[in-house]
Design a protein around this ligand. Structure first.
Ligand SMILES: C[C@@](CO)(OP(=O)(O)O)[C@H](O)COP(=O)(O)OP(=O)(O)OC[C@H]1O[C@@H](n2ccc(N)nc2=O)[C@H](O)[C@@H]1O
Ligand SMILES: Nc1ncnc2c1ncn2[C@@H]1O[C@H](COP(=O)(O)OP(=O)(O)O)[C@@H](O)[C@H]1O
Length: 326
């Protein structure tokens, strides 16, 4: 089993645009314990069919969807529940790359994935990217591949997949593929996540930002090399020096995001509340996972939050072998 943890953009600056339309970013991504879970089971190839070939009619991968949001993906249509799901796409891409380097096992067993989808879909916390990264990690172990291969495949699956492969605090630059280790973060940070149930499509938000003239020019951001000792210090620094440039365009498209932020800012012990990624999930920083639980309890009694998804807890720190360290 691999955990596919929610990615939170503590800040997200859009710093330019490439000729192909992709935007240049500067973002500090962290990962919470809120996660999807991906399971892999291998089934021996049927004797009669001989060695399995990834381009044969019989696909070597299957996917079963469960969890709170599994149905949401099923409702998006057959494609996203099937071949277009990022888990299966990641499996196909890695199999192809491993085939090219001669690393793919000859007698390929059938791979049955089960995705317990508990993160909201299209919500700015990179759930699909995290699922793809989890599939890469599981298959790399299953097929005993060199870790470099998944690092090579990750950016082909989406701008957020490389950072989700690392799944640890990381500064992202370029379009998301230039990764460097984040400065030290406070040891026991708490986080409350809230999604108001509105799916926000990432391309539409980037398009709206560009249509509005793009982000204001700013000087390159310098992160304190010694990091932040306290959540208060981190929150103060984020508040003073950073924003999420996609927050305005996302609120214009889904005004309920502003309601989420307003309510979060009224909760006890909140140090900072902001939107993650292209939305609509918003996060609040707190001194500890326990403080986050208390704030979640207070949120739950708010009438408007009755239908909202929320989660409270801490940050994840998983040791992964994913090739070069960020
Ligand atoms: C905005 C971010 C910030 O972490 O997070 P989410 O809101 O998705 O969680 C990411 O950059 C999203 O990454 P990801 O969701 O993998 O994006 P992709 O599938 O590669 O791209 C979807 C679309 O978003 C736009 N896009 C994405 C990334 C980027 N750096 N510039 C862009 O302009 C493009 O229109 C692209 O067609
Ligand atoms: N395993 C998956 N989980 C979520 N979305 C997926 C998955 N596979 C494909 N998708 C597609 O990717 C889109 C973006 O999903 P997601 O990664 O949840 O967005 P975000 O990065 O904004 O949180 C979805 O609308 C869906 O069509």
């Amino acid at each position: 089993m691999e955990r596919a943890c929610a990615k939170i953009n503590l800040y997200l600056h859009v710093t330019g645009r490439r000729a192909d339309g992709y935007h240049l970013l500067d973002s500090l991504a962290v990962f919470t314990d809120a996660c999807d879970r991906l399971f892999l089971e291998t089934l021996p190839p049927p004797e009669a069919s001989g060695p399995r070939n990834i381009s044969s009619d019989q696909p070597p991968f299957t996917l079963h969807l469960g969890g709170q949001f599994g149905r949401k993906l099923l409702n998006e249509g057959k494609a996203v529940a099937g071949n277009d799901n990022l888990v299966l796409k990641a499996a196909r891409f890695l199999a192809e790359a491993a085939g090219q380097t001669g690393e793919l096992p000859d007698n390929l067993a059938l791979i049955a994935f089960r995705l317990e989808k508990d993160l909201p879909v299209a919500s700015g916390i990179g759930g699909g990217s995290a699922d793809a990264a989890a599939a890469l990690r599981l298959l790399t172990a299953c097929w005993d591949l060199k870790p470099e291969l998944q690092v090579q495949v990750a950016p082909l699956l989406g701008a957020d997949v490389p950072v989700c492969l690392l799944q640890r605090p990381t500064r992202m630059e370029g379009i998301g593929e230039q990764l460097s280790a984040a400065p030290a973060l406070p040891p026991a940070m708490g986080m409350l996540l809230v999604n108001p149930g509105v799916a926000v499509a990432t391309p539409a938000i980037f398009k709206a930002l560009a249509a509005g003239g793009g982000p204001a020019a700013r000087a390159p951001l310098v992160l304190p090399s010694q990091g932040w000792q306290s959540v208060e210090g981190l929150a103060g620094w984020l508040q003073t020096h950073t924003t999420n440039d996609l927050e305005g365009p996302a609120i214009a498209q889904a005004p309920v995001i502003q309601d989420v932020l307003t309510i979060l800012r009224q909760l006890p012990e909140i140090r900072l509340a902001r939107m993650s990624g292209s939305g609509a999930t918003c996060f609040a920083l707190l001194e500890s996972p326990q403080a986050a639980q208390r704030a979640r309890t207070a949120l739950a009694s708010h009438p408007q939050a009755a239908s909202w998804w929320h989660w409270a807890g801490g940050m994840t720190s998983l040791p992964h072998k994913t090739g070069p360290q960020a």
